[in-house]
Write a protein of this length. Structure first.
Length: 310
């Protein structure tokens, strides 16, 4: 005889066990071996950030020179002297190309006004905003160019990165930014680590994210991006700074709706991905030197610089 109560109890128990197993699996990771040539270091707010006054070579044998702010520049400076700053991830940092070949450097030369490169590899939107605020600019720039790929949206949900870095998360509520985790311990390199913050993240169901092929995860990321961009725009506006978003990849229509609702100027500069020689290689989607030139061309063409270089 069919026992409905027993069936429901068993089903719920199995779902609970699957949820726990997925949480354990997804939050158990081996951190990469400690590398003295790595240009990142632990930061309790950002998860990781650049070392200051550091020089090394990347995996493509390109020079990586970080200045007094930990920015990819060949010289020290006062960041408050810049009218334009570029926020972004490795596509802005210039992973795989020389510093002088990155689009912020090229753009600065073309508009005859230097652009500060604040790009940090693997950053999500929340980290980009935290990084900008952490720099505590002594003078607000006229323009912030936020260059993004869609993955920067989904990264806002992460609590650790594939390399073994832990990551804090930023949220916006009641007109201010808030970090979600007070405790962000350092990883133990080349050993198995457990991400307790990710395991105890009850704002999501790991099982549901699996069943929906990541769509519920992505939906939450866009909701977070909406609140972050709303607060970031308000914060910049109060300082007299303008915000432009440059899309370096295709995005969900949800992002277009967010930008329209928040009245944020935005345009797409992803042609490098389709042009021969625009990517580092067929397997590496990062823009090559040619790709960075195309991005710079696109940004230069789509912005009325007279509004920001007065």
């Amino acid at each position: 005889m069919f026992n409905l109560k027993y069936f429901l109890f068993t089903s719920l128990l199995l779902l609970f066990l699957f949820e726990v197993l997925i949480r354990v699996n997804d939050n158990t990771f081996r951190a990469w071996p400690k590398n003295p040539n790595s240009w990142t270091l632990y930061d309790s707010e950002l998860g990781w950030k650049h070392k200051k006054n550091f020089k090394t070579l990347d995996e493509f044998k390109q020079d990586v020179h970080l200045n007094n702010y930990g920015l990819r520049e060949d010289r020290d400076f006062l960041i408050g002297d810049f009218k334009i700053v570029a926020l972004g991830d490795s596509y802005t940092f210039g992973d795989g190309v020389k510093s002088k070949e990155s689009w912020p450097t090229i753009l600065g030369e073309r508009i005859n006004n230097e652009v500060a490169n604040l790009g940090v590899c693997a950053y999500g939107l929340d980290q980009m905003i935290s990084w900008y605020n952490q720099l505590s600019l002594n003078a607000a720039p006229s323009l912030v160019i936020l260059a993004m790929i869609e993955e920067d949206i989904t990264r806002t949900n992460l609590t650790h990165w594939i390399s073994g870095h832990r990551k804090n998360r930023l949220s916006a509520s009641n007109g201010e930014f808030q970090l979600e985790f007070e405790d962000l311990p350092k990883v133990v390199h080349n050993e198995i680590n457990f991400d307790r913050n990710g395991f105890l993240d009850f704002s999501r169901s790991y099982l549901l994210d699996r069943v929906t092929f990541g769509q519920t995860y992505k939906s939450r990321a866009y909701e977070r991006a909406n609140s972050l961009l709303k607060e970031f725009k308000r914060e910049l506006s109060n300082e007299g700074t303008n915000l432009i978003i440059v899309k370096l990849s295709s995005f969900s229509p949800k992002f277009e709706n967010i930008l329209n609702d928040l009245k944020i100027e935005a345009f797409t500069c992803d042609s490098f991905d389709e042009v021969k020689g625009g990517r580092i290689s067929d397997t590496n989607p990062h823009p090559s030197a040619r790709g960075h030139q195309l991005i710079s061309d696109c940004i230069q063409k789509n912005v009325n610089w007279n509004d920001y270089l007065k």
